[in-house]
Every structure is written in C-alpha cells, then in structure tokens.
Design a protein around this ligand. Structure first.
Ligand code: SAH
Length: 500
C-alpha cells in the first residue's frame, strides 16, 4: 500500500455556493478533511463520511502551530488514501498553502492544489466593487496587514501609492489605522474612496465606506470585526451603483427552516438565493411504518377504485412496500390515483406515474371534497398517509358515505436538532425573522424542541391551512401561503416583507 494523496483545496470566501466543482468532488471522496476557521458547515457537509480534523487558528492565538498541522497532514496521508486540506478562500493566498505543499513534497507525498475563490476579490464583488475598472484602476494589489504579535507590518506605502491600482488589504482589522495613515503619509489624497467589507459573500455581510482619511475611524465606529478586508482606490466609488447582494429582497433576514434535512435543500436554497440567512432546524423525522399491513392491502388493491396519497413520504412508503413484495408499479394498475398537491404529484412522476386527480387548492379538505364527484358508485378508497393524519379528510368522506380504508404508512417523530440552543438564543434575542412550517407536524416538532417559542418575536410562514392552524394554536403570529407549494410560501414571505 502506497501513501495517500493530499489535496490543498480552497473552500472559497465563506458562501457555500462559491466552492469549486473540483473542490466538491474531492470532498466527496475524502477520507480525512483537515480544516481551518471560517470554513462553513455547508462546505464540510460535502464530506459526510470523512474524519474531520479542526486545526483552526484563532486570531492572535495560533491554536494549532503550523508544524503540527504539517505533521497531521503527513501522518494522515500515510494512513488514508485521500486527505483534503481545506483552507478559506484560495490556499496559496495568505493561507500558508505553499509551506504545506513544500512539506508534502519533502515527504514524497503526492499532492494536488485546487485554487479557491479568494475573499480578496469575492468580498468586493459581492459589495459592488470591481477590483479593476477602465480608467479607474488597471492593476490590483493584495497585501497582508498581518504582523507578528506586537509588531507592525512592513509595507512600502510609497510604492503602493505609485501603482495607482486598487489596494486590497487582508487581515487588516487591527492594523487599519496604521495602514490608512501610512497611505496618507505617502501622499495618497484623503478623499480617495475606501471600503471595508466584513463577512463578505455571507448573509451577514456588512460594508462600511468612507474616504481614506476617515476610513479607520468609520470602521472602528461600526465595530468591524474579522474577517474583513479593506479596499482603497477609485473603484470603491462604484459600490453604491453596483451593489447587488445587499439589495436581495431577504438580505439581512434570518429564516429558520424546519423541514426534515433531506427535503430541506430546495427551500433553504431558494431562501438563500433571495439573500436570507438560513438556519436549518429539522425538527421532525418521518419513518416508513406498518409495512406488513401496507403490503397486505396492496395485494388486495383490485378491491379499491382509488389510491389516495397525501405526501411524498406516502409515495416513498408505497414503493417500499412494493419492493418488499418483489413487485413493481404494474401492481397499481387496477386503481386510479389521487394526490393532495404538486409535491406528491412530483414524487409519483419520479416513479413514472401520473396522478388522475389533484385538487386546485392543495390541502386535505379540498382533496376530499374535490375527489368525491369523481368517485363512481360502489368504488372504495385506499388512503395511505401519516399515522396521525388530519381527521378532516376522513370526516368529509364519512359524511358523504364513501367507503374507505385509512392505512397509516409512516410515522412522524420529533427530533431536536443539535443547534437547538443556538437557535433558541437567536429567537430570544429577536434575531429570527421567520420560521417556515411545511406541515402541522413541523409545528408540533418545533414547539416540542422550543416550548417557549411563543414568547419570541418571529413570524411563522405556513404552507397550508393545517400548518397555520397548528401555528395559531401554539400562539405564533402566522401567515399562510395562498396554495401549499414552496413557490407560494416564498411569495407570501416576500409579500409580507415588501410591506415593511
Ligand atoms: N486564503 C484566504 C485568506 C486567508 S487570510 C483567501 O484567499 O481569502 C484571512 C483573511 O482573509 C481575513 O483576515 C480577512 O481579511 C480575509 N477574509 C476571509 N474571508 C473573508 C470574508 N468572508 N469577508 C471578508 N474578508 C475575509
């Protein structure tokens, strides 16, 4: 067995969408990930099976010395086939990636370097500053403002000024006064535009702009914290015209998403695209249940006229039962299929099946009422749904003397996510604007995890009537989507925000 390989991978500036394709591929294959501070969980999630080793450096306090990181890389490469060394931004820009590569070479360990999107460029792009611009700047210079403890950085300010280019300083929060004074002393005009970007590319991004003469003071007043970059030059004057990120409709808003993790992706992604900070808080878990009984009714399917499905989980359980029986969709041939809405219809379509009936309004009441006229005399219904499905559906069927069997095919349990305490702290401080609920069971799960949530000032964004009813019963201020889809849910949030 030869030694493994190490990949020095740039994770990008913080926004998980700014990881490269190659970086993601390597993370997916990694046995070990050795990572720094400022690497977000969403990026690490691409390597769910890898052993994670944190070697983060706290500012002014190198928690793991570089020699030790080098040793870790050599040791892990000796034991595993792929070690990913994940670094913020680009690994070769102020990331000591070069030193690590040298150590790997000296030890005969093969390595690959995956460049990353550096914060030096990305934080500015996200704040409306192109680093070069015709007639304003024809060069860009990236400088470290970092210095050894107790010392000041050695910077040739006169030379930098002579370049007439855009100057970008990293690690410059604590040395900002020194840098701006240095530039002014070198003759740079005090009215040269300048900007500081904190948490660039993240939903928490902040920008502070001022002429060079006031920049250090303005940054201090705004209490700018690391990570932040300082940019100086004419291009900084474009920030207002070209800012796009902070103009996104949900920028500055924090949204808690309570969907189960494996289906949360799309809603969370959509909210992020709208600029929101998304906190994933999957507080329920569904598991297929009652398999023998489901199998049993499937074998007697010909005695029913309609199969009624009210959620994608129901579809999942149905197919699990078919698998169990060693059968396939052909077993469903005798029945027509009714679904509650587009989510369930899509889950069916993914299995090659088209629903025969879907109501206009995607909820249980409309499903039951709308389906009744389509039921032929004597036709029986098979409902495959959650253990504690809403009684409204069955009540309506009973009132119309429709014959049905209501078979539970999955259960829903409350699950308290690991980030419960942090999330509650944010709620308590009034820092959560929205909590999204895509079913009544997510409301129950959320209330079970955070029993005092009704005391906190957030709005519940509910997908349908039953989730809104549940939220109202818990005492949450709630709004309801016009129809039970993610699109309408987002539209309802945007509509509400536009009134503010
Ligand atoms: N290799 C990294 C830089 C490492 S040095 C890169 O290419 O981006 C760490 C410095 O990068 C921080 O002190 C800060 O100046 C800058 N930085 C990193 N992430 C940032 C972010 N999201 N917003 C602003 N500056 C950031």
């Amino acid at each position: 067995m030869g030694k493994g390989k190490v990949a020095l991978v740039g994770a990008g500036p913080g926004n998980p969408g700014l990881l490269t394709v190659r970086g993601r591929q390597l993370l997916e294959q990694a046995d070990v990930v050795v990572y720094d501070r400022l690497i977000c969980d969403d990026v690490l999630d691409h390597a769910p099976k890898a052993k994670k080793i944190y070697v983060g450096k706290e500012r002014g306090n190198h928690s793991v010395p570089q020699e030790e990181i080098n040793e870790i890389l050599v040791r892990e490469a000796g034991e595993h086939s792929l070690v990913v060394r994940l670094k913020g931004g680009d690994p070769y820009l102020f990331g000591r990636g070069g030193e690590e590569a040298q150590v790997l070479r000296q030890n005969g360990i093969p390595f690959e370097v995956v460049p990353g999107i550096t914060s030096a460029l990305a934080a500015l792009a996200y704040t409306g500053i192109p680093v070069t611009h015709r007639e304003t700047a024809s060069s860009v210079h990236i400088i470290t403002g970092h210095a050894k403890a107790g010392e000041l950085p050695e910077i040739d300010f006169a030379a930098l000024y002579r370049t007439k280019g855009t100057l970008v300083f990293l690690m410059a929060v604590s040395t900002m006064e020194f840098i701006t004074t240095g530039l002014l002393d070198a003759g740079m005009p005090a009215d040269t535009p300048a900007a500081v970007v904190e948490n660039g590319t993240l939903p928490t991004q902040r920008k502070v702009t001022a002429p060079l003469g006031h920049m250090a003071e303005a940054a201090q007043q705004a209490d700018v914290q690391s990570p932040a970059i300082l940019a100086v030059g004419g291009v900084c004057a474009l920030e207002e015209e070209l800012d796009w990120f902070s103009r996104l409709p949900l920028f500055g808003k924090t949204v808690v998403v309570t969907r189960p993790a494996r289906r949360g992706g799309t809603l969370g992604d959509r909210l992020r695209e709208l600029g929101a900070q998304v906190i994933s808080f999957p507080c329920i878990e569904t598991t297929p249940a009652n398999l023998p009984q489901v199998c049993d009714v499937l074998e007697r399917l010909a005695s029913y006229g309609w199969l009624v499905l009210t959620s994608p989980q129901g579809v999942e359980s149905l197919f699990q039962a078919l698998d169990q029986l060693g059968k396939d969709v052909r077993l469903l041939a005798p029945v027509k299929i009714a679904v509650i809405g587009t989510g369930t219809a899509k889950a069916l379509e993914a299995r090659g099946l088209r629903a025969d009936y879907m109501p206009e309004q995607y909820d249980g009441v409309h499903l039951a009422k709308g389906l009744i006229p389509h039921i032929q005399p004597g036709e029986r219904l098979l409902l495959l749904r959650a253990q504690a499905g809403t009684p409204e559906v069955t009540k309506i069927l009973e009132q119309s003397s429709i014959d049905f069997d209501d078979i539970p095919c999955y259960t829903t349990q409350t699950l308290c996510p690991e980030n419960r305490e942090e999330t509650e702290a944010l709620l308590r401080k009034g820092k959560v604007d929205w909590v999204t609920f895509t079913s009544a069971s997510t409301v129950e799960g959320f209330a079970a995890c955070i029993p005092q949530a009704d005391r906190y000032p957030f709005t519940a964004a509910c997908i349908g009537a039953s989730s809104q009813k549940a939220a109202g019963e818990k005492g949450y201020a709630a709004i309801q989507a016009q129809n039970a889809t993610i699109d309408y849910l987002l539209a309802a949030i945007l509509e509400e925000e536009s009134h503010e």
